[in-house]
Design a binder for this molecule. Structure first.
Ligand SMILES: [Zn+2]
Length: 75
């Protein structure tokens, strides 16, 4: 029996657990962030290094926090 696992969410600390085989491809493709070849895939199956994806998550989180200062969107 194969139960579908829930979609992995970004962890609070920003470090991803990419030990799962779904994050590995036999084919090297350019990382979507830095352009260097990688076997790794992100949660959307796009080529990405783990460190690049973590950095992007950190930036996204910082931008979201900045945009929602005082509990609402700033201009
Ligand atoms: Zn990269």
């Amino acid at each position: 029996m194969t139960a579908r696992r829930p979609r992995p969410q970004p962890p609070p600390g920003g470090l991803l657990d990419w030990r799962d085989a779904s994050h590995w491809s036999r084919t090297e493709k350019p990382c979507r962030y830095c352009g260097f070849p990688t076997h790794l895939r992100d949660s959307k199956r796009s080529p990405a290094h783990k460190v690049c994806a973590e950095e992007a998550l950190t930036i996204q989180a910082a931008e979201a926090a900045a945009a929602y200062q005082n509990g609402r969107l700033s201009d």
